[in-house]
Ligand binder design. Structure first.
Ligand SMILES: Cc1cc2nc3c(=O)[nH]c(=O)nc-3n(C[C@H](O)[C@H](O)[C@H](O)COP(=O)(O)O)c2cc1C
Length: 210
C-alpha cells in the first residue's frame, strides 16, 4: 500500500484540549456545517443510553466543555442520577471526529445568568415557556404560550422588558477524562489517538487501530 503519511502524535501535541481548540478553529475556518453541534450521550443509572445533539458553547480555560439546556429535560434527569456523559463531534469537510468522555456538573447560577443575557429575547421567551421533553399540547397551544408571554413583555415600558432566567434553564460542564481524535485516511486505514487523564492529572496518549 502506498502510504502518504497520516496523522502523527506530534501534529496533536501533548495537550488534547489545545489540540481540540486547533481542530475546532480549523472546522470554523473550513466553514464546516455547524461545527459546534455535538452528539451528547447520557445514560440512566441502569446503563440505558440516550443521545441527542446540543451546541458546544465553549471550552473554558481549565478545559471544561459547556452546553446549555433545560434542567427538567430527559438528559438532565439522566445526568442528575448518573453524572457521566460522552460527546462526539463530526466534521465531514475535514474527515475528522472527536470524542470526549467525562463527568458532568451544572454551571454556577452566575454563569447561567451571564449566558442567558446574551440570548435574543425570542429565544429567551421560547426557553421560558418550553417544558423541554415534557408532553406537549397542540402546536397551536405552544405558540399561544409563547405569544402570551411576548405580549405581556411588550405591554411593559421599554426599559422593563427584562425576562429573568427560569431556574430550570442552565448549563453543564463536562470535565474530560478521555479525548479521542480521529482522522479519516484512505482505505479506511484511519488514524486515532486517545488521550486519558491519569489520576495525577497528566494526560497519557495511545494510538489506536482504526
Ligand atoms: C443541531 C442541534 C443543536 C441542538 N442544540 C441544543 C442545545 O444546545 N440545547 C438543547 O437543550 N437542545 C438542543 N437541541 C435539541 C436536542 O437535540 C433535544 O431535542 C433536546 O435537548 C431534548 O433532549 P432530551 O429530551 O434528551 O433532554 C439541538 C438539536 C439539534 C439538531
Amino acid at each position: 500500500m502506498k502510504d502518504k503519511g497520516g496523522l502523527e502524535l506530534d501534529d496533536l501535541g501533548p495537550d488534547p484540549i489545545a489540540a481540540f481548540r486547533t481542530w475546532f478553529d480549523r472546522a470554523l475556518k473550513k466553514k464546516a456545517a455547524m461545527p459546534e453541534s455535538m452528539a451528547l450521550a447520557t445514560a440512566t443509572p441502569g446503563g440505558v443510553p440516550s443521545n441527542r445533539f446540543v451546541l458546544l458553547k465553549g471550552v473554558d480555560e481549565a478545559g471544561g466543555f459547556t452546553f446549555f439546556t433545560n434542567y427538567e429535560s430527559r438528559k438532565a434527569a439522566e445526568l442528575a442520577e448518573n453524572p457521566h456523559a460522552a460527546l462526539a463531534f463530526h466534521w465531514p469537510a475535514l474527515e475528522r471526529q472527536v470524542r470526549v468522555e467525562g463527568a458532568v456538573t451544572r454551571l454556577a447560577a452566575a454563569d447561567n445568568d451571564a449566558y442567558w443575557a446574551t440570548r435574543s429575547l425570542a429565544s429567551r421567551i421560547a426557553a421560558t415557556v418550553s417544558r423541554q421533553s415534557g408532553h406537549a399540547p397542540e402546536r397551536a397551544e405552544m405558540i399561544a404560550a409563547y405569544e402570551k408571554l411576548e405580549l405581556a413583555l411588550i405591554a411593559r415600558p421599554a426599559g422593563e422588558r427584562e425576562l429573568r432566567r427560569p431556574a430550570g434553564w442552565g448549563g453543564y460542564r463536562l470535565w474530560p477524562q478521555a479525548i479521542e481524535f480521529w482522522q479519516g485516511q484512505p482505505h479506511r486505514f484511519h488514524d486515532r489517538f486517545r488521550y486519558e487523564r491519569a489520576v495525577h492529572g497528566a494526560w497519557t496518549v495511545a494510538r489506536l487501530w482504526p
